[in-house]
Design a protein around this ligand. Structure first.
Ligand SMILES: [Zn+2]
Length: 195
């Protein structure tokens, strides 16, 4: 996900700078005008079908939206704990993350055993915080996923059931919102070119 900082732009652009600068580009700006900003997805509640039905429904959802303008999705179970899976998905590509202890407190924090499980599933550990660095701490990540939504959902399922301790007796919340930079070029840039 490349940052376009509008370098070389004249400060006096005013209105245009607001529309183009923050949005990434004019394509992004157009997508943001057209699309709803927030979407909440109802993937069949786990109750009455269990995780098998739930994950099949999630695969169908990702197939439906996987080539749309890039959006962010957050999968959580607020009734259980604060752990979450998040996803940037669009134009056939997806970048997935799961919450690290940098963002978790109290009982929601991951134990060493749970972190070990995440690593064994294939999640890449966030880099250790370097002294003096003020960069935002990062989450656990997966290598870029190219259209294999089935694999992605299997990873999510193993993670939320096997590590995050989500319950199939409580609703799972899936919140979605259009990415800040939803066009293919601004979302994925070089990654898209090498797809
Ligand atoms: Zn753009």
């Amino acid at each position: 996900m490349e940052e376009h900082d509008g370098n070389g732009m004249d400060e006096d652009l005013g209105f245009l700078d607001e529309v183009v600068g923050a949005a990434g580009c004019s394509v992004c700006a157009q997508l943001k005008r057209e699309g709803p900003a927030d979407r909440n997805y109802t993937v069949m509640p786990a109750v009455g079908g269990g995780w098998t039905m739930w994950s099949a429904a999630l695969v169908r959802l990702l197939r439906r939206i996987g080539h749309d303008p890039t959006q962010a999705m957050i999968i959580s179970q607020p009734g259980r704990n604060d752990r979450y899976v998040q996803l940037l998905i669009g134009h056939g590509l997806a970048q997935a993350e799961v919450s690290s202890n940098a963002y978790l407190t109290g009982d929601s924090r991951l134990s060493e055993d749970q972190e070990d499980l995440l690593a064994r599933l294939g999640w890449i550990q966030p880099p250790a915080k370097r002294a003096g660095r003020r960069a935002r701490p990062t989450n656990w990540t997966l290598p870029l996923v190219r259209g294999d939504w089935q694999y992605l959902v299997e990873m999510f399922l193993a993670t939320i059931v096997g590590v995050f301790d989500f319950s199939d007796l409580l609703p799972v919340e899936i919140r979605g919102f259009l990415a800040d930079q939803p066009c293919a070029k601004c979302s994925w840039g070089d990654e898209l070119a090498s797809a």
